[in-house]
Write a protein that binds this ligand. Sequence first.
Ligand code: NAP
Length: 282
Amino acid sequence: MPQAQLMDGAGLARQILEETARRAADLKDRTGVAPCLATVLVGEDPASVTYVRMKRNRSRAAGIESRHVALPADTTTTELVAELTALSADPAVHGILLQHPVGPHVDERAAFEAIAPRKDVDGVTLSSYAAMSFGLPGFVSCTPGGIMRLLDAYDVGLAGKRAVVVGRSAILGKPVGMLLLGRDATVTYCHSRTAGLSCVLREADIVVAAVGSPRLIRGEDIRPGAVVIDAGYNAGNVGDVDFDSAVTRAGLITPVPGGVGPMTIAVLLEQTVTGAEHALGV
Ligand code: NAP
């Protein structure tokens, strides 16, 4: 059986974090100011608490200051917007991450829009999305940005390639499709209403799975030699792709864990340092 080459997201993320730490130290040397990432968490959802803790630990390890704002679960939209507006105006803060989902009683879009685009290092504002879609400078959504970095690290040619993105969420599926389109791939989006998903997938040179449905995509759906990016992360460390069958068909494939996952934090922290460099004129 042929075996696809694994795309080592953990290794690439380590490299990006090392370079990010070097840039953060250089900025501190030159300006006396360390980059600062503010994390905002509403409530105490255990998964969100863990994600924020990981992001804060990685920040500090990279020489990025971490400021944390923990808000009670019953925080209103108005209160959250006020908090984010204050962080947006605070010159000591260079990046803002609102951990989401924030709970059904909060208008998440209103909260995101309170983040100044120049500090939107998680790429969640309409302004960041528009800039990314138009190919203009700005911060990209972190997981899609990480996927593009992985494709580039493995010299995957994109121009003219048929890319199928399964999933169309605002933070993952839609933006990764726009980034692929911006690099001249021919992009097809699939979603829960797509008819004949397998047929669409079999035409793909590049598959991006961004669904949240364990092992939805099987090896027989993969065109031999295709590049398979599995952004899914489901209970039991399982992706959206059935790895064991897909690895025998794909040319390149991301493992879960250790593929797309580690890239997200790496891009978040890299963008935080970029935000600080811009703010400090370096
Ligand atoms: P989401 O908001 O729930 O979106 C899921 C998408 O999948 C929707 O567009 C949905 O279609 C589509 N979908 C659902 N069932 C489908 C099916 N049977 N066939 C085709 N499409 C289907 O999820 P998300 O936030 O984008 O996350 C997706 C996955 O990525 C999750 O496993 C999540 O944990 C993971 N993730 C990983 C990272 C990371 O750092 N590695 C970051 C973010 C997310 P509709 O639009 O029609 O409902």
